[in-house]
Design a protein around this ligand. Structure first.
Ligand code: S3P
Length: 425
């Protein structure tokens, strides 16, 4: 099924937006709860399909899960977990697949991991290479080891591994495998990516140390038993980004988003929007509140390391299309291997809005129209990519309307997105 959704424009956009629980923290809360000896609780878990995949998989691996009045209870423990006889279906979720690769590498036996057509095109060699060095064996399709995968786990040993591309998913897979490995496992990170796995492993009692090495950081984990924990999942800043840009680009109004996870690896997009002239008021720390008011934006240069994982580029491309002057996204080739090719998706979206957009190698350049009121009515096939669908919808809301096909993908991360959008008119 590929749903088509029509979004009508609105001159004013105003209100308070409550985003779903942070997706990255939700996946990790489930996985660490499955590993913790006893019963963990999770408040504020994302209800998106991606996190639902991880929830199903931890049960297939041996944990049990119940919902009691909105709180998720997971009973886990190392002794309960083992490779499942049935395939582990990760759906559209790269985070599920890559983190579960790390976990199943530590379990003796063979696990089968599969995904939908989008995930089946994404490279898993970036995770398989370090896991193989640790003693696991991973089989996949072609050179890039695309899914479906077989992970033959057990008897791992520690390694020291420098990440060749900044990736929280790869870092996390290695650290999870390191829980099961003989000796120390060290991951060297030259560009800081979201620190959820290491922060949450520490809270669950893992033997983990983070040491600066020049401008890099070395994260070392030793085999550890985890204890259960009461997890509280804050709001997702990457989902907030869509509505923050809506608040900035609308001709009138203001949007407030409270309760967000505020780590700097996730809020780079706010710094970018502030540099573009966005009127943004933000608090600090773990319970971040952001207010965004109607603003005239101007173009800027954005290096990928400012927004590691580049999740916010599709919506920043919409902001760039509304800005006066030129915006250059530098070194954003990773966009090509996300849920869809977001490099060409963002470029095409900006062009369809009426802006000039082109590529120079791995850089994406957008010459903006000076205002979202100059956007033309846009039609976009989101190619089953939730972030492309939501970016196009916001462009339609603040511009000249949008018709977006492939919109059902939004349920992977933000069920109810259209209702929230409609409540702001
Ligand atoms: C995520 C890491 C990022 C990001 C994804 C979630 C995570 O991917 O794009 O949405 O939860 O670890 P990379 O690790 O490939 O940068």
């Amino acid at each position: 099924m590929t749903a088509t959704v029509r979004i009508d424009p609105s001159v004013q956009v105003a209100g308070i937006v409550h985003t779903p629980g942070d997706k990255s923290i939700s996946h990790r809360a489930l996985l660490l709860a499955a590993l913790g000896d006893g019963t963990s609780t999770i408040e504020g878990l994302s209800r998106g399909e991606d996190v639902g995949r991880t929830a199903t998989i931890i049960q297939q691996l041996g944990a049990s899960l119940a919902e009691v009045g909105g709180t998720i209870e997971v009973s886990g423990g190392r002794e309960r977990l083992g490779a499942a006889s049935q395939a582990l279906d990760c759906g559209n979720s790269g985070t599920t697949m890559r983190l579960v690769m790390g976990l199943t590498a530590g379990l003796s036996g063979t696990s089968t991991l599969m995904g939908d057509s989008s995930l089946s095109r994404r490279p898993m060699d970036r995770v398989a290479i370090p896991l193989t060095q640790m003693g696991a064996r991973v089989e996949g399709q072609g050179d890039k080891l695309t899914p479906p995968l077989l992970v033959h786990g057990g008897s791992l040993h520690g390694i020291r591994y420098e990440l060749p591309v900044p990736s929280a998913q790869v870092k996390s897979a290695i650290l999870l495998a390191g829980l099961f490995a003989d000796g120390a496992t060290t991951v060297i990170e030259n560009v800081a990516t979201r620190p959820n796995t290491e922060e949450m492993l520490l809270l669950a009692g893992a033997d983990l140390h983070i040491t600066p090495e020049g401008s890099s950081s070395a994260i070392t984990i030793r085999p550890s038993a985890l204890r259960p924990h009461a997890w509280r999942v804050p709001g997702d800043p990457s989902q907030a980004a869509f509505f923050i840009v809506a608040g900035l680009l609308a001709s009138k109004g203001a949007i407030t988003v409270p309760g967000l996870y505020g780590d700097p690896t996730r809020t780079g997009f706010l710094t970018v929007l502030e540099r573009m002239g966005g009127s943004i008021t933000r608090g600090e720390g773990d319970d971040l509140e952001v207010e965004a008011k109607s603003s005239n934006l101007r173009g800027t240069e954005i290096h990928s390391s400012e927004i590691p994982s580049v999740d916010e580029v599709p919506i920043l491309a919409v902001a760039a299309a509304a800005a006066s002057g030129t915006t250059r996204f530098i070194d954003v080739g990773e966009l090509r291997i996300k849920e869809s090719d977001r490099f060409s998706g963002s470029l095409v979206l900006a062009q369809r809005l009426g802006a000039t957009a082109f590529a120079e190698g791995d850089d994406l350049i957008i010459e903006g129209l000076g205002s979202a009121s100059a956007f033309v009515e846009v039609e976009l096939d989101a190619h089953g990519d939730h972030r492309m669908a939501m970016a196009a919808a916001i462009a339609g809301l603040v511009g000249g309307g949008a018709t977006v096909s492939g919109f059902d993908s939004v349920a992977t991360s933000f069920p109810g997105f259209v209702d929230v959008l409609d409540s702001l008119r």
